[in-house]
Design a protein around this ligand. Structure first.
Ligand SMILES: N[C@@H](CCC(=O)N[C@@H](CS)C(=O)NCC(=O)O)C(=O)O
Length: 212
């Protein structure tokens, strides 16, 4: 049985959502953040040397890192679902946006978060770094003007990994979505998915994810 270790209000909600979309059996173990530091509690940090969420266990396998976990579960349990075959014209977009999530938009949002924690920095470096976040959101909005989902016509794991920076990450690094009508329409589409609704009810009951 697959076990998903979920840290409250974190990127591990991606894995709960993935399991719900695939309708596979899994055990969910939920951990609250430390009330003072807002970091993962000691028992979560003991799960994997990374000390960060998400972490899964599958028999003897203990795996961290969102992208690796998503690829692992899809390869083991997906039976071809939520991915795009290499011979499809949508394959390059699938790969690009899957990796854009943790390779580009998340780092830019983290920089915005840290600059905010430092009380905002009024200098050229901070402006240039914040500009990366602006550019990432503009690129996402442009992509969603062209296609309903990141890979194209099909909902895939690229959508699952991309949602967190568009939603929960904005709790930590605020971003107004008014200039991004295509992102707003996309979030409304995702909010209607029954598997997404089930996942959020299980992962973070009581938390209102910013979906607009
Ligand atoms: N690139 C990693 C990032 C992991 C990460 O930073 N997770 C955050 C939650 S969003 C975390 O565990 N924070 C609590 C802590 O560092 O103690 C992934 O996608 O798995």
């Amino acid at each position: 049985m697959l076990t998903v270790h979920h840290l409250g209000i974190s990127q591990s909600d991606r894995i709960v959502w993935l399991c719900e979309e695939l309708e596979i059996p899994y055990a969910l173990v939920r951990y609250d953040r430390d009330p003072v530091t807002r970091l993962a509690p000691a028992e979560y940090k003991a799960l994997h040397p990374s000390g960060a969420a998400p972490v899964i266990q599958d028999g003897d396998v203990v795996l961290a890192e969102s992208g690796a976990i998503i690829e692992y579960i899809i390869a083991k349990c997906g039976q071809g679902r939520l991915t795009i075959p290499a011979d499809s014209p949508e394959f390059p977009d699938y790969l690009y946006w899957f990796h854009f999530a943790n390779g580009s938009i998340m780092p830019s949002a983290m920089v915005g978060f840290v600059i905010g924690l430092l009380g905002g920095q009024d200098n050229g470096v901070a402006q240039a770094l914040n500009g990366r976040g602006d550019n990432a959101f503009r690129m996402v909005d442009d992509r969603l003007a062209q296609a309903p989902y990141f890979a194209g016509q099909s909902f895939t794991a690229a959508d699952i990994i991309m949602l967190f920076p568009l939603t929960t990450m904005r709790v930590f690094a605020p971003r107004d979505l008014t200039p991004y009508p295509n992102i707003r329409a996309y979030l409304a589409r995702i909010a209607e998915r029954p598997a997404f609704q089930r996942a959020m009810a299980k992962a973070d009951p009581g938390f209102t994810m910013p979906m607009a």
